[in-house]
Design a protein around this ligand. Structure first.
Ligand SMILES: [Mg+2]
Length: 246
């Protein structure tokens, strides 16, 4: 396998920024349970057992999720407390991932990454709401961590568009190409909106919480049922023209 990175000196390279949860893999509820354990460690004495069933996770960043969880339980979302919850969450996550019997790398993912990593016109990165440590813990569990040398993460910014921008800047730092086109691959309307906010295209996959109709309605440039779809590779690399009507 080629070392992950961007070495293209072509006129234009594609920067592909992959979401993780619902796009590359399903963590089988491990993230939610790790956040609950972290919150219980810090606040369980006063609040008892914590349930985050009412807090939306899909398409959200880790700091946003913790912030909402604290508000949901009537706790002021102090930045120091959020950082402490995230630190404990990352400690618990590998154990929860190991125990998650429903964990799976989604169809077509490994084969697609194995092709993309060999292409010198494509920079393979992450655009995920997970903190960097949480992102690599999940990818490691699925044995797909070595495909990704960089990304934009929930630990870079609370806002999804801003973390994508960070991922884009990191890719530019690794790439010798004169120009770049950015493609975000995600599973929620939040991925679509954030991609468009930075001028990127979005390929949406309905292996997460949202069906194809919702992703089309959100304005995704190309929608597929899963990453086994043969059109995905061409849509990422730019040899298949995808809708710009957004
Ligand atoms: Mg997702």
């Amino acid at each position: 396998m080629k070392t992950a990175g961007c070495y293209s000196c072509r006129m234009q390279a594609t920067i592909a920024l992959f979401d993780i949860d619902g796009t590359l893999l399903r963590a089988g509820g491990a993230g939610r349970r790790a956040v609950e354990r972290a919150l219980e460690d810090l606040l369980g004495e006063t609040l008892g057992k914590m349930s985050l069933e009412a807090v939306e996770f899909a398409g959200r960043t880790d700091p946003w999720i913790v912030r909402q969880a604290l508000i949901h339980h009537g706790v002021a979302p102090d930045e120091g407390l959020i950082a402490e919850v995230l630190r404990l969450y990352v400690d618990y996550l590998p154990d929860e991932l190991e125990r998650a019997s429903a964990f799976e790398v989604l169809p077509g993912v490994r084969a697609l990454l194995e092709i993309l990593i060999t292409r010198d016109d494509t920079c393979l990165g992450l655009g995920t709401g997970n903190t960097e440590a949480a992102a690599y813990a999940k990818l490691r569990r699925g044995e797909i961590d070595s495909f990704f040398a960089f990304g934009g993460f929930g630990s870079d910014h609370l806002d999804r568009a801003e973390l994508l921008r960070v991922g884009f800047e990191r890719a530019r730092g690794l790439s010798a190409a004169a120009a770049h086109r950015v493609v975000v691959i995600g599973d929620t309307p939040h991925d679509v909106v954030a991609a468009h906010a930075i001028g990127a295209e979005c390929i949406a996959v309905s292996t997460g919480w949202y069906d194809s109709a919702s992703l089309e309605a959100a304005g995704a440039n190309h929608v597929v049922a899963d990453l086994e779809d043969p059109s995905v590779l061409d849509a990422i690399t730019g040899s298949l023209a995808i809708s710009k009507d957004v």
